[in-house]
Design a protein around this ligand. Structure first.
Ligand code: SF4
Length: 170
């Protein structure tokens, strides 16, 4: 179903999935299988419900907040998510953060994944590694994961980490 997204949950007004207040779109399905994953129920693509892209779009933009794609593994639904991201960028000025168990380099090497992240602003990349898990980390679960400024990285052709307004690198 090309115009559908498998959605586990839409969470509004969260402050843990990126900068500021955000609406998080939790996608169903994951093929990364990190040891110690806290979201195992989302591994099943049939967890939650299928929703039309337009319905998801309407729900996401009905809030004043910016938007985060998270899962699960969003890249499993890269094609319909790209359609959604195109609409968000065409009709709103909202920023999009995206989480993936794939690294930035792996994503850039895959044309379908790359098309999606080119529409997003910040990527939190890499597998969750419980050996590097710390409870005080902001916006990520383990220290090996990177928070990447996608636009700056693509423009400079190198990986540039995202910094917040206080210039702290995560
Ligand atoms: S990518 Fe995320 S949802 Fe998938 S196994 Fe790793 S931590 Fe869990």
């Amino acid at each position: 179903m090309k115009n559908m997204l498998y959605v586990a949950e839409i969470v509004d007004n969260t402050i843990v999935d990126g900068e500021g207040f955000r609406t998080s779109l939790y996608l169903s399905g994951c093929d990364i299988f990190c040891e110690g994953c806290h979201n195992r129920k989302l591994w099943d693509i049939n967890y939650g419900q299928p929703m039309e892209i337009d319905e998801v779009f309407t729900k996401l933009i009905s809030h004043f907040t910016n938007i985060t794609f998270i899962g699960g593994e969003p890249m499993m639904q890269a094609a319909p998510l790209t359609v959604l991201a195109e609409k968000i960028k065409e009709y709103t000025s909202k920023s999009i953060w995206i989480y993936s168990g794939h690294t930035f380099e792996e994503i850039l090497a895959d044309m379908e994944y790359r098309r999606l992240i080119e529409l997003c602003d910040v990527l939190v990349d890499g597998k969750y590694d419980r050996n590097y898990s710390r409870s005080n980390l902001k916006f990520k679960g383990s220290e090996n994961q990177r928070i990447i400024d996608i636009k700056k990285s693509l423009a400079a052709n190198e990986t540039i980490l995202w910094t917040d307004e206080f210039e702290t690198i995560y």
